[in-house]
Write a protein that binds this ligand. Structure first.
Ligand SMILES: NC(=O)c1ccc[n+]([C@@H]2O[C@H](COP(=O)([O-])OP(=O)(O)OC[C@H]3O[C@@H](n4cnc5c(N)ncnc54)[C@H](OP(=O)(O)O)[C@@H]3O)[C@@H](O)[C@H]2O)c1
Length: 281
């Protein structure tokens, strides 16, 4: 297997372009899933306070025998903890649950423009504290639209290292991606498989048959060749191994274009402009 590329973030830190997501993995299944992923070669785990499995992610990393420095760990702030004191307590709790004294990346999970008086700016300034303390090696945001990013740009000091947004062949988000590219913000694609919805698409299946790869491998490879960071989720060991086996082939420029043309601006998750954060995502 060819090795997973690193992406250099705007603060000089590096992140493996490919990783493992643990949203909707039950705590009781998380240690086994993350250990399978680490054994298969994944070195980047994406969790969140709201997934309820940070402790199990930390435990799996420790039990794998890998050094902490070999695994890139991301977590995210709970939607219920945007006020600065609540954010400080929540970040302490995240580190305690993981059992680590730092995370590689810490994100504001949702902008929540309809809550907290729309004030994600003071939340961001609190994340800047974690970054300056070295307890978050990088900080970023998730589900931020260009207008939210512009506010951070105008009112705060540190540019987010990443923006983690929903992207799949049915939701290509090229406007947000272009804005992020212009401002040196790396893009992370959540639900990269559209939670499975894109895998039956005839165009994807046709390319899969021609390349001798599976639909999931074709879609993940499409994300990689577009330059985004991805971390598909699976609790199925064979799929965990299948999903990382995408570094031995390339899609043609035409294949990438054909998949991009499948866009229908179709979300599987909430709309960031309306979501008030009452339900985990
Ligand atoms: N920031 C945010 O707001 C946000 C929101 C959602 C997700 N995320 C992050 O993004 C990660 C990935 O997104 P996601 O979990 O929503 O969806 P996803 O990775 O697009 O899809 C996961 C689904 O696809 C199935 N699957 C995985 N590999 C497969 C394969 N090779 N063949 C067929 N089916 C396959 C899984 O089934 P099995 O598990 O049954 O194998 C699961 O049902 C999350 O885990 C989380 O870390 C972030």
């Amino acid at each position: 297997m060819t090795s997973i590329p690193d992406i250099t973030l705007n603060n000089g830190q590096t992140i493996p372009q490919f990783g493992f997501g643990v949203f909707q993995i039950e705590p009781k299944d998380t240690v086994a899933a993350v250990r399978t992923a680490l054994e298969a070669g994944y070195r980047h785990i994406d969790t969140a306070e709201m997934y309820g499995n940070e402790a199990e992610v930390g435990e799996a990393i420790v039990r794998s025998g890998l050094d902490r420095g070999e695994v890139f760990v991301t977590s995210k702030l709970s939607n219920d903890a945007h006020e600065p004191d609540a954010a400080r307590a929540a970040f302490d709790a995240t580190l305690k649950a993981l059992g680590f004294d730092y995370v590689n990346l810490f994100l504001i999970h949702w902008p929540l423009p309809t809550r907290y008086g729309g004030d994600f700016v003071s939340t961001w300034k609190t994340l800047e504290e974690f970054y300056r303390e070295g307890r978050a090696r990088s900080i970023g945001v998730s589900n931020f639209q260009p207008r939210h990013l512009r506010r951070l740009h105008d009112e705060t000091e540190i540019i987010p290292a990443v923006n983690q947004i929903e992207i799949s062949p049915y939701l290509t988000q090229d406007d947000v991606r272009a804005f992020c590219a212009e401002h040196q913000i790396a893009v992370e694609a959540w639900s990269p498989l559209g939670q499975g919805a894109v895998l039956g698409d005839p165009v994807v299946r046709f390319i899969a048959e021609r390349t001798g790869k599976t639909p999931a491998q074709v879609v993940l490879r499409w994300h990689i060749q577009r330059g985004d960071i991805v971390f598909p989720k699976s609790v199925t060991p064979n799929r965990i191994r299948e999903n990382i086996d995408i570094f031995d082939f390339e899609l043609s420029a035409g294949d990438v274009e054909d998949i991009t043309m499948l866009n229908k601006n179709e979300r599987t998750g909430p709309d960031p402009d309306k979501f008030d954060g009452r339900k985990p995502s």
